[in-house]
Design a binder for this molecule. Structure first.
Ligand code: NAD
Length: 501
């Protein structure tokens, strides 16, 4: 029997085996198992934690400029190895290579931002806060930190986390998605080449057993999580109950409002990419259009129908394709089930992608673009995150109605408005209960030097991911107040509370 290549873990700078359980990693374009992933048991994760703990004192003491320089070198290595990283990404996730390059580039920008650590970690200093007293705040690392990441951005989301964590002086244990782990492993190997000392970054592959070990082990000081909302909630509750600092980013259901005055042709183009790019498997994807007025809805639906007919669906390795397969067979079945459910619940299926066949890839998990009209709140396809190429159009009468819908939804990750009316756009951005908002920008994913985070049940915790919030998340503020009295000055005891009264 042909044995599949086995993927283990990266611990203490070495590729190692660990755990008696394993599972297949599939190529979603072919439906074939191509690798076998070892699933870390508690002992394997504990090995990684021991390595991270041992590496911490020397890494914390390493001057921040030297830590940052590793990030600068890593940036270059990521650029030099982009094709190989993206090939792995496409082979396991399925996304089209051009999209994979976009993901990697956004990840690289986080590495670049982490290389500014000497500037970002400068403290705050106040001279003479009292007689001969100076005071300053500094930002100290936490110790061993950990990250648990989703399948949909297997390169970028880990790069939201560990580069800033380690640039701040922490050590890190990463648990990538078990569905597409190889690209994050390759990036970690490149980090070693860039000069990251063994143990500063460890990667354990696995599932719930590995995650639960990270959540409960005393050595872990902070956990960053990105994934679905039920798991985010579990991670937040369990991590907090074990005394850890936790940020847990969850799912989404992002609405795009199209106003009657919008440039409809441009809005339609923007919606195509936002709804169907990466097969809809983005937490910032647009699965819902809220059209203000029937004439707007009719024009948007007509425009989308024309554009969908031009779309090319096929394997991600062919750069001319617009959309690749869904990530796994179960996910394919789940998304298809949502389309069935939408029909049953009475939405109008304008474009049905369920019958799509890709020649030579009959066992791939391909679903064509689906478009529903007359989607209504309360329908399953309105309420739940589908995470597939399924776009629904909801018809409302006014901007106020559109905003009420968005504000009532349980998720608050991203949203956008298409309009030419500055007043409407300003009102929208001011009052909408969503963390990331676009005006004529369908995917308002903040750049690396801002922070990324939704509201409501899209984020559990106080600080967003990457950007300035990440510097705060991966450090503790310490405030030092220091006095050097003049020699020979004798001071009596003071019993009142020290102040500048
Ligand atoms: P997921 O929640 O299934 O898995 C995420 C991680 O959690 C994986 O590493 C997985 O191994 C682990 N995990 C899964 N079940 C677990 C359990 N029972 N106990 C402990 N750990 C468990 O998410 P996914 O399917 O990989 O990713 C898609 C989801 O991620 C979508 O809901 C999407 O919206 C969300 N997402 C959110 C953001 C954001 O920034 N808000 C970004 C990307 C993806």
């Amino acid at each position: 029997m042909h044995t599949l290549p086995s993927i283990g873990h990266l611990i203490d700078g070495q590729l190692v085996n660990g755990g008696s359980r394993s599972q297949d990693v599939f190529n979603p374009a072919t439906g074939k198992a191509e690798k076998r992933l070892q699933l870390a048991d508690r002992a394997t994760v504990e090995r990684a934690l021991a390595s991270a703990q041992a590496a911490y004192p020397a890494w914390r003491a390493t001057p921040v400029l030297k830590r940052a320089r590793v990030m600068s070198k890593l940036k270059v290595l990521l650029e030099e190895n982009a094709d190989q990283i993206c090939a792995l990404l496409t082979a396991e996730h399925g996304k089209v290579v051009g999209d994979a390059l976009g993901e990697l580039q956004r990840g690289i920008e986080n590495v670049e931002y982490a290389s500014y650590a000497p500037e970002l970690l400068k403290g705050e200093h106040s001279r003479n806060v009292g007689p001969t007293i100076d005071s300053w705040s500094e930002f100290q690392p936490l110790g061993v930190t950990a990250g648990i990441t989703p399948f949909n951005f297997p390169v970028m989301v880990p790069l939201w986390m560990w580069p800033m964590a380690v640039a701040c002086g922490n050590t890190f244990v990463l648990k990538p998605s078990e569905r597409d782990p190889s690209s994050a492993m390759l990036v970690a190997e490149l980090a070693l080449q860039a000069g990251l000392p063994p143990g500063v970054l460890n990667v354990v592959n696995g599932d719930k057993e590995a995650v639960d070990t990270l959540l409960t082990d005393k050595r872990v000081q902070a956990i960053s999580f990105v994934g679905s909302t039920p798991i985010a909630e579990y991670i937040y509750a369990t991590g907090c109950a074990h005394g850890k600092r936790v940020q847990a980013l969850g799912g989404a259901k992002n609405h795009a409002v199209v106003m009657p005055d919008a440039d409809i042709a441009n809005a339609v183009s923007a919606l195509m990419g936002a709804a169907y790019g990466s097969c809809g498997e983005r937490c910032m994807a647009i699965p819902l259009v809220v059209a203000v007025g029937d004439a707007t809805a009719d024009a948007v639906v007509a425009g989308l129908k024309v554009e969908i007919a031009k779309m090319k669906v096929g394997p991600g390795v062919d750069a001319s394709n617009d959309m690749g397969p869904l990530v796994t067979k179960p996910h394919f079945e789940k998304v298809k089930g949502y389309v069935d459910q939408g029909v049953l619940e009475g939405a109008t299926l304008v474009v049905d992608g369920r019958g799509v066949k890709v020649a030579g890839h009959e066992n791939g998990y391909f679903l064509g673009a689906c478009l529903f009209d007359h989607v209504k709140p309360g329908m399953t396809i309105y309420q739940e995150e589908i995470f597939g190429p399924v776009l629904g159009v909801v018809r409302v009468k006014s901007l106020a109605d559109a905003m009420d819908l968005i504000n009532a939804h349980e998720y608050g990750n991203g949203t956008c408005i298409f309009t030419r009316d500055g007043e409407a756009a300003r009102y929208f951005t001011d009052h909408i209960l969503v963390g990331m908002v676009g005006v004529n920008v369908p995917l308002p994913v903040p750049v690396a030097y801002h922070s990324f985070g939704g509201w409501k049940r899209s984020l559990f915790g106080d600080l967003s991911a990457y950007g300035p919030d990440a510097v705060r998340f991966y450090t503790k503020r310490k405030t030092i107040t220091q006095r050097w009295p003049s020699a020979g000055v004798r001071e009596g005891a003071v019993f009142s509370f020290p102040s500048n009264r």
